[in-house]
Design a protein around this ligand. Structure first.
Ligand SMILES: Nc1ncnc2c1ncn2[C@@H]1O[C@H](COP(=O)(O)OP(=O)(O)OP(=O)(O)O)[C@@H](O)[C@H]1O
Ligand SMILES: [Mg+2]
Length: 259
């Protein structure tokens, strides 16, 4: 069953000199329980697309259906409730710097009116899931990038989402830390059945965790399919050139290893 359906979505930003067509007539569905990747060059429209999925960005035209509801027609109250089901994590973590780790994770529960004691118990459980119990009292400045992202994931889990949208969640991390965050996302997907949408410019991320992938090219949907099919038999020029870059990158790494 599709949990997200994007139907003929267009997003145009009106700028003084000219209009920017960030998305042109995009249609795609994300199935419940899958890890869905969106890949493309910088400026292809990836962030705009993911922001349309929770209506942080309102499409100029088209429809956004989540869990059988058309977000565009929801009242602001219903939209707020719906958004609780959609967590989001970002490249730069977006933690509250003046709060410790535990209080960061408690934050969404505070907003939802969960009692303090219960919130703290649940937060400790989420920290256990991401493997950071011992950092509960630490402040964000005292953490590494990978640890900060794990706190952000725990905080997202605290709102009990059915969907997590990740916008370049591993782009600020080194390859090894990227690997641990990807494994954690996979674990959350498998153990809790949370649908995950991963926006990235790194082919490696898609290769490691995604079931299906959409390739964006200058605001259009160039290609969509199972990761293995798209990677082994790319049809669009956009996918072919991204794969070529990936091959060159791998060759570079292998050459460096060989020296
Ligand atoms: N708020 C905005 N106002 C005007 N133009 C915007 C806005 N947000 C995005 N754009 C433009 O829309 C296009 C798509 O941007 P978007 O951020 O979605 O790309 P992206 O694929 O996420 O790129 P990156 O990989 O660099 O993050 C770009 O041309 C961008 O300049
Ligand atoms: Mg982006």
């Amino acid at each position: 069953m599709s949990i997200i359906e994007i139907k003929n979505v267009t997003k145009t930003f009106d700028e003084k000199k000219s209009n920017i067509h960030a998305l042109s007539d995009i249609s795609l569905s994300v199935e419940e329980g899958e890890i869905f990747g969106v890949i493309g060059l910088s400026g292809a429209g990836k962030s705009t697309l993911v922001r349309c999925m929770n209506l942080l960005e309102k499409p100029t035209a088209g429809e956004v259906w989540v869990d059988g509801k058309n977000l565009i027609t929801l009242s602001s109250k219903d939209l707020r409730l719906m958004r609780r089901e959609i967590g989001m994590i970002f490249q730069h973590f977006n933690l509250l710097m003046q709060r410790n780790v535990l209080d960061n994770v408690c934050f969404p529960m505070e907003i939802a009116g969960v009692k303090k004691r219960e919130a703290r118990e649940r937060a400790m459980n989420y920290l256990r899931i991401v493997g950071l119990e011992e950092k509960a009292k630490a402040y964000p400045v005292q953490l590494s990038g990978g640890q900060k992202q794990r706190v952000a994931i725990a905080r997202t889990l605290a709102s009990n989402p059915r969907i997590i949208l990740c916008d370049e969640a591993t782009s600020a991390l080194d390859p090894q830390t990227t690997g641990t965050i990807l494994s954690l996302l996979k674990k959350i997907n498998q153990e809790y059945g949370i649908t995950i949408v991963v926006i990235t410019h790194e082919m490696r991320v898609v290769e490691e965790i995604c079931d299906r992938v959409a390739v964006l090219d200058k605001g259009t949907l160039a290609e969509i399919g199972k990761v293995r099919e798209v990677f082994d038999h790319p049809k669009s020029n956009a996918a072919k050139s991204l794969l070529l870059e990936r091959k060159i990158e791998q060759l570079g790494v292998n050459t460096a290893d060989g020296i």
